[in-house]
Design a protein around this ligand. Structure first.
Ligand SMILES: [Zn+2]
Length: 79
């Protein structure tokens, strides 16, 4: 297989078997997705996905993986 066909995590470029992200970033992304509803509820249903990602990207209590996922999504996702 050519080097450029080896799948890599889109965030940290670690080699992966399949998909878009390594196990750490995949898990962090699941947490990010799963927590949006909770945050949105806490903000009275007024929190857009973009605002949510901006908040967790800056949140000092967010783990490194979560912050990296949020930053990646902010850069690459179309809102
Ligand atoms: Zn990764």
């Amino acid at each position: 297989m050519a080097e450029n066909e080896v799948p890599k995590c889109k965030i940290c470029e670690k080699r992966i078997e399949s998909g878009e992200f390594c196990e750490y970033h995949e898990l962090a992304k699941k947490n990010v997705d799963a927590n949006y509803d909770n945050w949105n509820e806490a903000y009275g249903g007024d929190l857009s996905l973009k605002q949510y990602l901006e908040k967790i990207a800056e949140h000092e209590k967010s783990g490194r993986w979560v912050r990296e996922v949020a930053e990646y999504l902010l850069k690459n996702k179309k809102f």
